[in-house]
Design a protein around this ligand. Structure first.
Ligand SMILES: C[S@@+](CC[C@H](N)C(=O)[O-])C[C@H]1O[C@@H](n2cnc3c(N)ncnc32)[C@H](O)[C@@H]1O
Length: 357
């Protein structure tokens, strides 16, 4: 109902979680998603919500497992216009109903037909888009691999059993020494970096997933605290390092997700010293359609034949470019991959090797 107090917009979901668990899960992903869209959400009873430099919201009640109330100022050009948002966590028969209600909304919009237009285009259409195949598949792909986040991905990338065989090949090709300074692009949970550091080298990892950056720092807590390793949130296209910083670089499970692999490879070459070496896992067309690449992810991952993989490195200016085939089965067995999944590693896998001239 619209009156001079505005209307209430609300939506809800029932989650088979305890209220405290639902509260933590929702707050964590809400904070991450808002950060990605340029809104800083500071949690806790004194929290503020800032967009650019404007304070959009102020938390007025923070009751973990129950309720969050936010005083909201949706119009920076009318800062006295205040509405109220409530998140409610209600236990109902072992589940938790999570709802978000925005009270007194719509006074800026005009008459009821304008509010209907706003609701249809800004709430209903994104709601349908989010639950239609393209956005859903994008979300699943991001969540699992392209920009991993959430409990399941954190658990997986803290011990990525099926990636250990790739790590072993990469480490053997890199042949690290204590004089090396290694960069990993798309470091995920930082487990390859942890293994690499055993050589005595220094290292840095970048990833565009905030969750993975946090995980990689946690997995390598000691090395990060002593300054042997830094983990930075960054994109492969803009590496936050000066020219000629690293003696070697690697990238595994990443190239197939890049919009333009040549741009990322050029960046990697820029930050490598003369003679610096690159070892990167390819994106093997043989994996297409296998259970390693779950269905919604398939069309979102690019696969490259060896020629194309090599041509990316040439175009990025690398020398001594080679694409080599390595068999991972024995590495997979050593890593503890279950017997019934070893066949996945039976065929050779492509790795790109190159050097910065
Ligand atoms: C499939 S995961 C592999 C993670 C890790 N390398 C491993 O093998 O376990 C791909 C990782 O690359 C990161 N990534 C993908 N595209 C990226 C980009 N353009 N810039 C930075 N990181 C990226 C993702 O966030 C994710 O952590």
């Amino acid at each position: 109902m619209m009156n001079d107090k505005g209307i209430t917009v609300c939506t809800s979901i029932d989650l088979p979680l305890k209220p405290a668990e639902a509260f933590d899960a929702v707050v964590k992903d809400l904070t991450l998603a808002l950060t990605r869209s340029g809104i800083h959400f500071e949690t806790g009873s004194e929290g503020r919500i800032i967009q650019k430099t404007f304070e959009v919201g102020r938390i007025v009640a923070w009751e973990p497992g129950k309720r969050i109330a936010i005083e909201w100022r949706q119009a920076s050009w009318e800062p006295d216009e205040v509405t109220e948002i409530e998140f409610l966590f209600k236990e109902i028969e072992g589940s938790t109903q999570v709802s978000i209600e925005h009270h007194h909304w719509g006074r800026q919009l005009g008459d009821a037909s304008e509010i209907a237009g706003w609701f249809a285009s800004e709430i209903a259409a994104p709601f349908l888009r989010a639950t239609a195949p393209e956005a859903l598949a994008d979300w699943i792909t991001d969540r699992m691999a392209r920009r991993p986040s959430g409990t399941q991905s954190r658990a997986f990338y803290s011990d990525p059993l099926y990636h250990y065989p790739n790590f072993r090949v990469i480490l053997s090709e890199l042949a690290l020494t204590p004089d090396d300074y290694l960069l990993e692009v798309g470091c995920g949970g930082g487990v390859l970096l942890k293994e690499a550091l055993q050589s005595g080298c220094r290292a840095a990892g970048i990833d565009h997933s905030l969750d993975m950056v946090a995980l990689a720092r946690e997995v390598n807590r000691d090395a990060v605290s002593t300054g042997r390793l830094q983990i930075i949130e960054a994109s492969a296209d803009h590496l936050p390092f000066s020219d000629a910083t690293f003696t070697c670089a690697t990238m595994t499970g990443v190239i197939g997700f890049l919009d333009d692999p040549v741009i990322a490879l050029k960046e990697i070459r820029r930050v490598l010293v003369k003679g610096g070496r690159l070892v990167a896992l390819g994106s093997d067309p043989k994996l297409r359609g296998t259970w390693v690449i779950p269905k919604p992810m398939g069309p979102r991952l690019r696969f490259f034949e060896d020629d194309e993989l090599g041509s990316f490195a040439h175009k990025a200016g690398f020398a001594d470019v080679r694409v080599v085939q390595r068999n991972l089965e024995s590495f997979a067995r050593d890593a503890g991959v279950p017997e019934e999944h070893l066949s996945l590693f039976a065929e050779d896998t492509s790795f790109l090797l190159a050097r910065n001239e």
